[in-house]
Ligand binder design. Structure first.
Ligand code: HAX
Length: 441
């Protein structure tokens, strides 16, 4: 890991100096205003965080260090005979800010293989849970059990110089990412495949080996995993999973604790759990309509029923995006290339034709377009991966790449403990009457 760590040290030291100079000159510049509505509605639109790894534009979608998803597909190294990017390459791009070579990516694959050993007690903790437990509960429990291995926690307890925090966070980040596919695949095989576990294959790349341990063979599924692990990795810093990881890490909780906290947020149905909710909703629609190829009219009626019963249409809407999510488009392109006649994918595409107009007509949904979760399940089902309760675990494994690269940056830049100011409604009322103007104390 020496080469990557040395490169990161040089880059982050330079960046820390630049930020110091930038703040000295411009630290008191005002970058926006905050309205009362914003503090009552999830702080939407308030710029309050720095996250180096990616940036989300409401119209164009996500860019990782300036690169769009089609650009990543073109520029990042691929597996032999493949067309999708290797997620190792995206991780290096997020960490170091440069498109890596195939040699760099192969080196990282090798390093992660060497670090992938999972101690037995982690599996024992997962085994202690009932088989009925949700896979995300099993996954986060496994990650918490793995916290015994934290370099950062051990070094901190012995006494650690502030300037060395990042070094141990870096090592934990690498170990954690390396180990997650094994933990996730163990849960999948335990819960759905009668505990018939598959040993890792040290010759495969990170996502290819994950596909192998899950038990899915064939080039196309491995390619889907490479694409999936790449596009779900990061979505700038304010989403629940990234922000939570950053927030918990800001208290110097180690990377295992921080990541586990973030993934508990990913497990919410308005965030990462939406991928299971989408496919569940489509299966329920098929059952209720008695067909696996519902017409657009039937879909439209079903969507209206969903809204009338006070539920959200899963996979649609976004807090920041105002156009179709390019992560949805990348998956639709994959579907059109590999499975153009798949009935479930065709249903997803028909839903895409129908839902936006209905959501627009409500007059309140700010983004009627599909997000990343609207498509992923249909691609997985095509390869026989129907256990939709597991889908958020796939998302979580991918998300480790973004949140861990970010956590390395947080510590290398010496970011502070996060602590925004909150107020009470009583204070707001007094302030509105001019009786109390004290904010921010
Ligand atoms: N179906 C029905 N109503 C929706 C909706 C949808 N897909 N999306 C938004 N709305 C509603 C909101 O519930 C809100 O209603 P109320 O005023 O009655 O509370 C109103 O429209 C305005 O909401 P908004 O400003 O457009 O959206 P928010 O920023 O508040 O919320 C969400 C963004 C993603 C949470 C929202 O669009 C949603 O619930 N979508 C469905 C769940 C989903 O797909 N989540 C995954 C998002 C992507 C992600 O994080 N993946 O991990």
């Amino acid at each position: 890991m020496g080469i990557i760590k040395d490169k990161f040290e040089a880059k982050s030291k330079q960046e820390a100096q630049d930020i110091k100079a930038l703040l000295k000159e411009n630290g008191s510049k005002v970058i926006g205003e905050v309205t009362l509505s914003q503090i009552y509605s999830g702080m939407r639109g308030i710029t309050g965080l720095v996250s180096e790894t990616s940036l989300l534009d409401a119209q164009d979608g996500i860019r990782f260090r300036g690169y769009s998803i089609p650009e990543l597909q073109e520029k990042l190294p691929r597996a032999e005979g493949g067309t999708e990017p290797l997620p190792e390459g995206l991780f290096l791009l997020m960490l170091l800010g440069e498109i890596p070579t195939k040699e760099d990516v192969d080196y990282l694959t090798n390093q992660w293989q060497r670090r992938s050993h999972v101690p037995k007690h982690v599996f024992h903790v997962i085994d202690a849970l009932p088989l009925t437990a949700h896979p995300m509960t099993m996954f986060v429990s496994g990650v918490m059990a793995l916290q015994t291995e934290s370099n950062f926690a051990e070094a901190y307890s012995k006494g650690l110089n502030k300037s060395d925090y990042w070094k141990h966070v870096f090592d934990d980040a690498m170990d954690l990412i390396a180990r997650l596919p094994h933990i996730a695949a163990y849960i999948y095989r335990k819960k759905y495949k009668f505990g018939e576990y598959i040993s890792p294959n040290g010759l495969l790349d990170w996502a290819g080996n994950f596909a192998h341990m899950l038990g899915y063979k064939g080039h196309d599924f491995a390619e889907l995993m490479r694409l999936y692990m790449t596009i779900h990795a990061d979505h700038e810093g304010g989403n629940v999973s990234a922000h939570t990881t950053h927030l918990v890490g800001s208290a110097l909780s180690d990377p295992y604790l921080s990541y586990a906290a973030g993934m508990n947020g990913l497990a919410g149905p308005l965030h990462g759990l939406a991928n299971q909710e989408v496919i569940k909703w489509i299966f329920e629609m098929q059952e209720s309509l008695g067909t696996d190829s519902p017409s657009k009219e039937q879909i439209g009626e079903y969507v209206k029923q969903t809204l009338a019963s006070g539920k959200v249409v899963p996979g649609y809407g976004h807090a920041v995006l105002r156009k179709t999510d390019p992560r949805f488009t990348a998956q639709m392109d994959f579907g059109k290339k590999h499975m153009p006649d798949d009935k479930l994918c065709q249903t997803v595409w028909n839903i895409y034709d129908v839902v936006p107009e209905i959501l627009k007509a409500t007059g309140k949904v700010k983004n009627p377009w599909p997000n990343v979760d609207a498509h992923s399940g249909a691609l997985l089902v095509h390869y026989g991966f129907k256990e939709y309760e597991f889908y958020t675990v796939l998302f979580a494994v991918s998300r480790s790449l973004g949140v861990m690269a970010s956590l390395c940056w947080d510590r290398a830049l010496g970011q502070s403990i996060e602590r925004p100011k909150s107020v009470t409604t009583e204070l707001v009322k007094k302030w509105l009457k001019g009786e109390d103007a004290i904010w921010g104390e």
